[in-house]
Design a protein around this ligand. Structure first.
Ligand code: SAH
Length: 354
């Protein structure tokens, strides 16, 4: 039997909209589900649905802070702003700002967050932070040092399917007989949405795009080109072009069906870093090579940081060793998670990428 969309109140609403319109794009489904999901809970941590690198260990945010501090110092220590996109509980921001301050860099914090629940946690973790609904209101007077960890993967994607009539955007339709849903290729042709790289893709191939991610990256890269600064994005993803359906749901630390209980499960898709980097380059930024998270953190010296913390608190030795492994080992987060930076071409080359 196909999964039942309608087991939550939002599911009923979505099924009703599909009845009225005939179908809903996967993109709109993911956008509605995630907006509800993040607005209504703190999904992070052991008791939640998933755990992220900054929640595993303070070392993650500290390494990001030290990476920013090094770049900022070599850029001549300008006045600047710390910006974070989708800061979760604010843990990364607090750890990064502390590391920046220890390097003599005290920055005002700007947090771009839509969830009222998570804003509450962020206000406690980062007292005095300024909140933004989107990137449009970020300050224009100084360089921006921007961090995005597991942000781009939460933005809604479009999926395009190759049919014998060309590329079509994938949509969801209700299946009343099955009390569930089914996928259909949309009616409108969508060849325009798929690049020439996929000209030879076989029938049935799925190509994903993330218009919201591209738009946010284009805005920020233009700001960085005009004001100075850098963005570092860490996420699970790949270099493109690639085909395949990467949409997934996680609930209580287990993979779940993305099309059951919309709004009650975290929906994500792998980030196409090549597509994001192309947007940043087109807006005038210098884009780093794509690094694996493990190799990146090791090049920045996370091993030495773990050893130093263990010397200061011998009782934490085991906990620190476990965290170091989870963040860096290829079979854990070390390889699946990637790191990419885009910088003002007038700024120095960032550490950690080669
Ligand atoms: N960066 C955090 C949290 C990752 S979860 C960490 O690493 O722990 C995704 C975050 O992005 C949440 O804070 C969520 O509320 C936020 N978010 C999702 N969509 C958003 C949007 N369109 N604009 C701003 N924030 C968004």
């Amino acid at each position: 039997m196909s999964p039942d969309l309608t087991v939550t109140a939002l599911g009923e609403t979505i099924a009703g909209r599909i009845d009225a319109d005939g179908a809903m794009t996967l993109h709109d489904y993911m956008g509605l589900a995630n907006a509800h999901y993040y607005a209504t809970r703190d999904p992070l941590g052991v008791g939640g649905d998933f755990i992220t690198a900054p929640e595993i260990s303070q070392m993650f945010g500290e390494m990001i802070g030290l990476w920013l501090a090094d770049l900022w110092a070599r850029a001549g220590r300008p006045a600047a702003h710390y910006v974070e996109l989708g800061p979760g509980r604010g843990t990364l921001a607090a750890d990064a700002l502390r590391a920046l301050a220890s390097a003599g860099c005290r920055l005002p914090a700007h947090l771009v967050e839509t969830s009222p629940v998570l804003r509450g946690a962020q206000a406690t973790a980062v007292p005095g932070a300024t909140f933004h609904d989107d990137v449009a209101t970020l300050p224009t007077d100084a360089p921006l040092l921007i961090v995005a960890n597991e942000f781009f993967d939460a933005l809604p994607i479009r999926q395009h399917v190759r049919t014998d009539g060309g590329w079509r955007e994938r949509v969801l339709a209700n299946d009343r007989l099955e009390r569930g849903h089914r996928f259909l290729p949309g009616l409108g042709e969508a060849d325009w949405a798929v690049t020439a790289a996929f000209a030879d893709a076989p029938l049935g191939s799925v190509v994903e795009t993330c218009p919201a991610g591209a738009a946010i990256m284009a805005d920020l890269a233009a700001r960085i080109g005009a004001q100075g600064g850098a963005i570092i994005a860490i996420d699970y993803g790949h270099a493109g072009p690639a085909t395949g359906d990467t949409m997934q749901a996680v609930q209580a630390h287990r993979f779940a069906d993305p099309y059951v209980e919309p709004g009650a499960r975290d929906l994500t898709a792998h980030v196409d870093f090549t597509a994001l980097g192309d947007v940043a380059a087109a807006a005038g930024c210098t884009v780093s090579p794509l690094a694996e998270q493990g190799a990146f953190l090791i090049r920045l010296g996370i091993g030495a940081r773990a050893a130093m913390l263990a010397r200061k608190s011998p009782d934490r030795q085991e906990e620190l060793a476990v965290a170091l492994r989870r963040l860096t080992v290829p079979a854990e987060m070390g390889r699946l998670f990637k790191v990419m930076a885009a910088t003002d071409p007038r700024w120095p080359v960032p550490e950690g990428f080669a």
